[in-house]
Design a protein around this ligand. Sequence first.
Ligand SMILES: Nc1nc2c(ncn2[C@@H]2O[C@H](COP(=O)(O)OP(=O)(O)O)[C@@H](O)[C@H]2O)c(=O)[nH]1
Ligand SMILES: [Mg+2]
Length: 235
Amino acid sequence: MSDYLHIEIISLPSETTSEYNFKTVIIGEPGVGKSSIISRGVNNIFTKDYKATLFFDHSWKNYKVNNSKIRIQLWDTCGQEVYHSVIKNFYKSALCIFLVFSINNIESFNSLSFWINEIEQSSSEDIIIFLVGNKKDIEKERVVTEQQINDFIHENKIKFYFETSAATGENVDKLFEETVKQLYIKHVIPLIKNVNNVSLYSTDDNFVLSDSNKIDNDMVVIQEDNDEKCQNCVC
Ligand SMILES: Nc1nc2c(ncn2[C@@H]2O[C@H](COP(=O)(O)OP(=O)(O)O)[C@@H](O)[C@H]2O)c(=O)[nH]1
Ligand SMILES: [Mg+2]
């Protein structure tokens, strides 16, 4: 019989030490809200003043996930073409990527294929990609349709999609918590399993995968095939 694991996520202060550090890189065109998402997620701050990120910014957020202390290291990129070759080096050791576009900017959406190609060329195969459609608060200015997003998700086998607003904070905490949860499942649980030699899998409702073609308000988790069905299961 299997043991069932309930996953509890608690946010910890920034000065807390961590047992596991997971590097996450945030990419996408300039102006889509990358720095704002990080600022909102880490410090709960939003500013309307646009300040271009120079090269890279580094910040982090700590969590306790069950009994493990986990740090998500966030590498914020400037997104400018001239630095793409430098950014590539950052993918290499990243375990997670936030790929951001803005729902009111079709160019930022059209450039996603370029970024996906970059990721495929430079990153580890089991990198977790979160597609993020930001500026959800200005829904009336939306130019990127749900159909376009759905098509992109399916073509590129994206498993996680969030629509966020760094301005209002909507779904930003959810994005971060899902990130730490997925990293925990993928990288920490196997270690715990090895140590304790037990079978674990989550019964958390968030792991129930939604219908493939549907865009949920906040998030899409797509079930690709039978193998993928077991992605959250380490039994
Ligand atoms: N309305 C709205 N504006 C946003 C949002 N996120 C960022 N912005 C604004 O978009 C501009 C670019 O944001 P920034 O985080 O610097 O983008 P980056 O270049 O991708 O890092 C700034 O003026 C932000 O205030 C959002 O969720 N909603
Ligand atoms: Mg920036």
